[in-house]
Design a protein around this ligand. Structure first.
Ligand code: NDP
Length: 448
């Protein structure tokens, strides 16, 4: 990718030289820098005062070993990370990912994206992300507990309710958050809102579990309505069957859509009658089984091994909610050919640059992850507020806040796109609106 602005292009080349072999991070930085050309032309002080150079360098990276013993007495050593990317507008905030694919570049890409996403929510939270190359799949509860305790035994030194507040992400759900929080509490001897996504019995917020998926649909609903469309009567395909996918499915159906396909990393299910979400929840949340088991109780549905071809299923709206770069140029073409009119990203950076280009050229409505999946972290910030107040809001109250935040976020991204000469380009608008607040704060601090 070549960036039109000379300074930003040079900066991108320096980022590439400094971070070789981290393609996801370079992809994320390139996409943001490209969309900030108009901003730095109008406000050259972002360059002369060093803001752009600081923006692409994490404030701090913590990398540590995580030794633990499995049930057979075998010792394993995983690698843990926390990237504290930018605290200009608040304490670092961002999830923890436990997945074998995790390495420094993945965590840096996610932490970088988190800066703009968190800023877009309008709430005072900086950008961070962490995780480990540990795979909870197939591990017993005891093994997961041992791993989480070992992970937190190192991480607790670097986090705190006013410093850095982690949450869940791929492979880190309520079970893992419970073990992590329990160990933090034990080591620090204090009960604070240091993690979000906590269980309701120990400081969690109602509606946090649902927030990312619901927020994705609220955002998409605004985008569709502005274009004279809606979820009502639409056919929807959703990749993934984890936290984001599950609650996106629930809300899309509540808004009148029919969700016909979902997936996991093994393959996808296609149910023309509409996905039976209660069954998916039972399989994935309770029994921790593969999605292929769906067809055992739904003989009219189909299971296909391999998850990429899910995008060949005809649909009006596609919600990629599994992982980065899961929707490529070929899949985008298939969606467009089959009449898809909107794509909204529930996962982080699920569409490749080629796919985004194809959607934009074909006039497909496109909601970028940074904006569209910000409902999770926004509700995490609401959980932090409730913990600080030692008070709880009802589900309806939190959901109302979430709806308002997603609506404002849509309008801010849309307005910024228009102001900077890219009307309708929500990807550019989200980057610009997210950056401006962080950039102003960084200017105010001087060189730090
Ligand atoms: P979960 O672990 O709950 O679910 C992840 C889902 O994606 C599972 O169905 C998993 O299948 C599938 N998946 C994971 N890796 C791959 C892969 N390499 N190829 C194909 N499928 C894969 O995670 P979440 O739902 O929490 O997160 C999903 C996405 O949403 C991530 O990109 C995350 O960063 C993003 N996100 C999550 C937020 C949240 O609040 N949870 C907030 C904002 C963004 P399997 O079970 O087989 O591994």
């Amino acid at each position: 990718m070549r960036i039109q602005h000379e300074y930003l292009q040079n900066l991108m080349e320096r980022v590439e030289a400094r971070n070789p072999a981290e393609p996801e991070f370079l992809q994320a930085v390139g996409e943001v820098l490209e969309s900030l050309t108009g901003v730095v032309e109008a406000r050259p002080e972002f360059i002369t005062e060093g803001v752009m150079d600081c923006l692409v360098e994490p404030e701090r990276i913590i990398k540590f070993r995580v030794p633990w013993e499995d049930e057979r007495g075998q010792i394993h050593v995983n690698r843990g990370f926390r990237v504290q990317f930018n605290s200009a507008i608040g304490p670092y905030k961002g999830g923890l990912r436990f997945h074998p694919s995790v390495y420094e570049g993945i965590i840096k890409f996610l932490g970088f994206e988190q800066i703009f996403k968190n800023s877009l929510t309008g709430l005072p939270i900086g950008g961070g992300k962490g995780g480990a190359d540990f795979d909870p799949k197939g591990r017993t509860d005891l093994e997961v507990m041992r791993f989480c305790q070992s992970f937190m035994t190192e991480l607790f030194k670097y986090i705190g309710p006013d410093t850095d507040v982690p949450a869940g992400d791929i492979g880190v759900g309520s079970r893992e958050i419970g073990y992590l929080f329990g160990q933090y509490k034990r080591l620090r001897n204090e009960f604070t809102g240091v993690l979000t996504g906590k269980g309701l019995s120990y400081g969690g917020s109602l509606a946090r579990t649902e927030a990312t998926g619901y927020g994705l649909c609220y955002f998409t609903d605004c985008m569709l309505k502005d274009a004279g469309r809606s979820f009502e009567g639409a056919t929807v395909v959703i990749s993934g069957s984890g936290n984001v996918a599950t609650y996106a499915c629930e809300k899309a159906a509540a808004l009148g859509a029919k969700v016909v396909a979902m997936s996991d990393s093994g393959g996808y299910i296609y149910d023309r009658d509409g996905i039976d979400l209660a069954c998916v929840k039972q399989l994935k949340e309770v029994e921790r089984r593969r999605i292929s088991a769906y067809v055992d109780t739904h003989p009219g549905a189909e299971y296909h091994a391999g998850c990429r071809d899910i995008w060949n299923i005809p649909c009006h709206i596609a919600l990629p909610c599994a992982t980065q770069n899961e929707l490529d140029g070929r899949s985008a073409k298939a969606l467009i050919q089959n009449g898809c009119f909107a794509v909204a990203e529930g996962a982080n950076m699920p569409s490749t640059p080629e796919a985004i280009q194809a959607f934009q050229s074909a006039g497909v409505l496109f909601a970028p992850a940074k904006a569209a999946n910000a409902g999770g972290v926004a509700t995490s910030a609401l959980e932090m507020s409730q913990n600080s107040m030692r008070f709880y809001w009802t589900f309806e109250e939190v959901d109302e806040h979430l709806k308002r935040i997603m609506r404002d976020l849509y309008h801010n991204a849309s307005r910024a796109a228009e102001q900077y000469g890219a009307p309708g380009n929500l990807a550019a608008g989200a980057n610009i609106a997210g950056f401006l607040k962080v950039g102003e704060a960084m200017l105010a601090y001087g060189i730090v």
